[in-house]
Ligand binder design. Structure first.
Ligand SMILES: Cc1ncc(COP(=O)(O)O)c(C=O)c1O
Length: 367
């Protein structure tokens, strides 16, 4: 068949192992999944109520493809116009929509490396030239990224906090970059984890959107809001960008229950604040653990931490798996001797740190 040549070497997305798979393989009763940066506290109790209510409603009609109610709530909560928003089936779909709208084989696109895998994946699908700029100490090298921009550059992808390092882009650096880059280039600022950020020099993405006509900020309900299964992401930009992207979106890309769940989740900012606070406290425990065990790590503003074990990441991963903890090996993330761990509950974190300590003891005993 006449497949597009660029897809022939592409692999489908490899999700972490499921809890059921690991239970069976290792004959374990309890498994903790700390691999995909989901919220270990689930979602707001307000969401539960709406899901139960919706279970009795009819599903034979198409949902409101424009997500009008969610749009109105979100616009009110952010203090922007409803027409400055686009909703998608997770941020993943929005990244895909952006790529479809702007990339093709005659254009190039710039991203950090390592960063979230889907920027590159989508660019390959569209046959665009990919320009990857290595991180410095886990952080975006915005100066080098700027130098890579030319007349054929269509999109620059920024991820803050960056997955998998957890590092963020400071306000002054981001503003410096935005003020110098051509307004002909779309800048995508992926803020999947922004609700977790607790640092003084973080930028205000909403004012940047009002200032820069070539900026789109992407966010999600999959992380701190705990709604990953529902698949709701959104983009915030000036109206002209949204107007250009809307026709690329599938007509009914977000479903009715997901829209209702997101509305309720959005209203419960106390839940969001509580999760962010506990995440920071638990993150500190990981810092202390790494310092005690002389392990390098990147200070993280997300709900995950990348730890360097100076040992084959797949082996660390397998050891932790056998103890009932699913984490992410750094091998597939560009850090072959590291692992990325989602910050879990206090109990989960104690457990995974004990397992990591057992791994370190095993390694030192075998030396
Ligand atoms: C940086 C980043 N962007 C986007 C996504 C995708 O999020 P969603 O569930 O909204 O598709 C993730 C998921 O892990 C992520 O880490």
């Amino acid at each position: 068949m006449k497949w597009n040549s660029q897809i022939l070497n592409l692999h489908s997305y490899q999700p972490g192992k499921s809890i059921e798979e690991v239970k069976k393989e290792f004959n374990l009763e309890v498994i903790y999944k700390l691999a995909s940066n989901e919220n270990p506290y689930g979602y707001s109790s307000k969401v539960k109520k709406v899901i139960d209510e919706e279970a009795t409603s009819t599903y034979s009609y198409y949902p409101d493809g424009y997500a009008s109610e969610l749009r109105a709530e979100m616009a009110k909560s952010l203090g922007i116009k409803p027409t400055q928003l686009i909703f998608s089936n997770g941020t993943d779909e929005l990244l895909h929509i952006i790529s479809k709208a702007l990339l093709n084989p005659s254009k190039n696109t710039i991203m950090a490396a390592p960063t979230f895998s889907q920027y590159k994946h989508n660019a390959i699908l569209e046959g665009a030239e990919i320009r990857e700029v290595p991180l410095i100490n886990g952080e975006h090298d915005l100066e080098k990224m700027l130098h890579q921009v030319d007349d054929q550059t269509a999109v620059v992808w920024l991820c803050s906090p960056n997955n998998p390092t957890g590092t963020y882009i400071a306000d002054a650096k981001l503003r410096g970059f935005l003020s110098k880059v051509s307004k002909e280039v779309l800048i995508v600022l992926d803020e999947a984890y922004f609700e977790y950020v607790k640092t003084d020099d973080y930028y205000n993405a909403l004012s940047l959107v009002q200032e820069y006509p070539n900026l789109i900020v992407t966010r999600t309900f999959s992380k701190i809001y705990g709604l990953a299964s529902f698949r709701i992401g959104y983009g915030i930009a000036q109206e002209a960008i949204i107007k250009a992207l809307e026709p690329v979106r599938q007509p009914f890309n977000t479903n009715i229950i997901a829209q209702k769940a997101a509305i309720e989740a959005l209203k419960d900012q106390a839940f969001v604040a509580k999760c962010a606070k506990v995440n920071r406290e638990e993150m500190q425990r990981f810092y202390d653990f790494c310092q005690k065990n002389k392990l390098e790590y990147f200070p993280s503003q997300g709900n995950f931490i990348l730890i360097d074990f100076q040992y084959d990441g797949d082996k660390v991963f397998s050891f932790l798996l056998s103890k009932g903890y699913i984490v992410r090996s750094g091998k597939q993330l560009g850090y072959p001797t590291g692992i990325r761990v989602t910050i879990g509950t206090n109990e989960q974190n104690t457990g995974v740190m004990n397992a990591m300590e057992a791994f370190l003891e095993q390694v030192s005993a075998s030396k």
